[in-house]
Design a protein around this ligand. Sequence first.
Ligand SMILES: Nc1nc2c(c(=O)[nH]1)N[C@H]1C(S)=C(S)[C@@H](COP(=O)(O)OP(=O)(O)OC[C@H]3O[C@@H](n4cnc5c(N)ncnc54)[C@H](O)[C@@H]3O)O[C@H]1N2
Ligand code: MOO
Length: 408
Amino acid sequence: MRPVQTHLSEALAALRPVPPLDVVLADAAGCILAEDVLAPADVPARDVALHDGYAVRHDDVYGAADGGAVTLPVVQDVWSGAVEPVRLVPGQAIRVSTGVPVPLGADTVLPLEVTDRGTATVRVLRPTPAGAGVRHAAADVVAGQVAIGAGVRLGARQISLAAALGRQRLRVHPRPRVVILPVGSELIEPGRRGDGVYNANGQALAIAVQDAGAVAIPVAAVSDDRATLREMIEDQLVRADLLITTGGLSEGTHDTLKDVLGPLGTVRFDHVAVSPGRHQGFGMLGEGDDQVPIFALPGQPVAAQISYEVFVRPALRAMAGKADLFRPSVAAYADVAWSSPADVRQFVPAHLVGSPDEGYRVTPVGDPATIDQLSLSALSDANALAVVPEQQTFVQLGERVNCLVLEG
Ligand SMILES: Nc1nc2c(c(=O)[nH]1)N[C@H]1C(S)=C(S)[C@@H](COP(=O)(O)OP(=O)(O)OC[C@H]3O[C@@H](n4cnc5c(N)ncnc54)[C@H](O)[C@@H]3O)O[C@H]1N2
Ligand code: MOO
C-alpha cells in the first residue's frame, strides 16, 4: 500500500499555484498577495496635526509651563481637506483640524483641551511638550519601502493599508475554483423524494473547500453510467482549477470512474495506507497548459471528508499560494484506549478538550471498538481528528496522541 506521505507529497509536487491575477481590492480579500506592494509616497505625505487644536511655535507658549497663561492671536483656521501647508508667523497661532498639514514655522499642535478654545485669540491654559501633536511625514510608511510583502494573506488590515497607499487593484493568487462531483446512481439530492442515498458529500465538501479559502462549485450527483459521467466531467473541466469526485472507485461493476478517467488524462488509483479512505485517485486531466488536477475520493461520507482533510485541503492551500498548508495540531493525552490497524495511518473523529496551560485530553467519539464502521454522526460530533501513526497498533490510556484541530 502507498504511504500517506507519498500520496500527499506527490500530489503537492504536481500542483501549481493558480496563476496570479490583478483584481480590485474587494476581490482580493482572503487571497495571497502575489507582488510586493511598494509605497509610492510617504504616508503621511507631510507633517500633519494629530488632533484638533492650534499650531504654534513652542517657544511662544513656553510661559504656560510655569502656570502663567499665554494668549496668542488666532490668525487663520485650516480645515480638513487642506493639502498645502500655510505659514505661521512667530507669536501667532493657527487653528487646525486633525490631519491637516502642520503650518510651516509651527512645531507643536496644542489640543483644544489645553486652551480656552478661543476664535480671535487663544489662551493656553496648560503646558504641552515641544513637538507634541505632530504626526511626522513618513511615520507610517516610507516611500519606496515594501509596505505589504508577497505571500501575505490579505485581510481587512492589509487591504486598508493598500487602500491608504492609493491602490485600487492588487496582484494576487486567485482562489482556486473547485468543482465537486459526487458519483453514484444511488444518490439523490437532499429535499428530493425517492429511493436512494442522500448525497451527503456535495454540500459538505463545498463548505470545506470554501473554508480552505477556495471557490466551491458543487454539482448535483451524477450517475455511474459511463457516457453520462464522461460528458459531465468534460463539461466541468473548463471551469475548474481542481476537480474533486467522490465514489465510484471500488471494485464493483458499477464503479466506473476509473474507466471513464483513463482516456481523459493520467490519473493513478492506489490503495493508500490510511484509515478511513483506502481508495484514492490523483492525477491530471486534459493536456498541456490546460491540465486540471483531480482528486478522486472514496464515496463513503466519512472516508470522503477525512480524505479531503488529509490530502485535498493542504493541496488547495498550496494552489492558493499559501505557505502554511496544514491544520494546527496539538498533542493530547488519550482518555480511553483503542486499537489501530497495523501499517496504516488512522484518523479518528474525536473530542479534544483542554488549554495550552493545562494540556489537552482526547477521546474518540463513539465506541472505539467500532471506529472502522465510519459513523457520520460521530464525525459531526467531533472537533478533532486523532492521528495514530502507521507503526502503532494500540493507543494506551494516558498515552500522547497528535490531534488535528478541526474547530476552535
Ligand atoms: N470488494 C470490495 N469492496 C469494497 C472495497 C474493496 O476494496 N473491495 N473497499 C471498500 C472501501 S474501503 C470503500 S471506501 C468503498 C469505496 O467505494 P467507492 O469510493 O467506490 O464508493 P461507493 O461504492 O460509490 O460508495 C460507498 C458507500 O458510500 C455511499 N456514498 C457514496 N457517495 C455518497 C454521497 N455522495 N453521499 C452519501 N453516501 C455516499 C454509497 O452509497 C455506498 O454506500 O468500497 C468498499 N467496498
Ligand atoms: O476507502 Mo474506505 O474509506 O477505507 O472505507
